[in-house]
Design a protein around this ligand. Sequence first.
Ligand SMILES: Nc1ncnc2c1ncn2[C@@H]1O[C@H](COP(=O)(O)OP(=O)(O)OP(=O)(O)O)[C@@H](O)[C@H]1O
Length: 263
Amino acid sequence: MSGHDAPIIELRNIVKRFGNVEALSGVSMTVRKGEVLGLLGDNGAGKSTLVKTLAGVHDPDEGEIIVKGVARKPWTPLAARDAGIETVFQDRALAPQHSIVTNVFMGREITNAVGLIRVQRQIDEANRLMREIGFTSKVFNPESTVGHLSGGERQGVAIARALYNQADVIVLDEPTTALSLTETQKVFRFVEAVKASGRTVVFIGHNIYHVWEIADRFFVIDRGREAFEGEKAAFTGADHLIEMMHQLAETGKADTSKLVDAA
Ligand SMILES: Nc1ncnc2c1ncn2[C@@H]1O[C@H](COP(=O)(O)OP(=O)(O)OP(=O)(O)O)[C@@H](O)[C@H]1O
């Protein structure tokens, strides 16, 4: 197995219930090191529950979470962070009235021995992180307020914040929802830069074309179960993936026979 194919996260038979509702009914999903994995599913399929499970917000009722070969239990937001998984939720939880720097380090400020914030260190570090993801806005200044940035650029700040904790895996929950085409392209460039740095991305989306463009592999869930998965090269194009998603929605099953690696 090459380094690129090595699993960084393995979810094994994950079950998550909310009272009588089984949101995840035994999902096994592997995230490979260095890939962009696209996670797709219809409304109510269980995507958010899966994202919150990856983030440690949900500790599954059954199943195992293995990160870098180690079974992790108990599974909490802190455990996920310690394991190198950072999640950017849809609301991004940014404070628009504060600077980029303040947002990147919020709650995890760089301080000196007596607890004072090391302002210049933070500015330098924010600069480094923003450049690392290819943040090229002409007006970029780490001290500008987030409220003045565009939607795609705000996503960049949230990604830089996620990278600050030396994350190996960044989980992006619908990062391009409600963004224009130009802003969506900015987010794609950030994701490509994160991937080029050797990190792994799980990209959750509603818009299949967005996920198609950025992901190397797709994992599709339906009613709390895996419906199908496949490398991008296994599909003839975005239309093939969309056709399978339609089949799934209409009949509860997708025809996987035309996937080239389906044999
Ligand atoms: N906290 C909760 N309490 C009760 N039921 C829940 C809870 N969270 C999710 N569910 C249920 O679990 C199922 C999966 O929900 P989930 O939000 O994970 O789906 P989703 O694929 O993210 O959908 P969407 O795209 O609409 O956000 C749904 O039936 C949902 O109603």
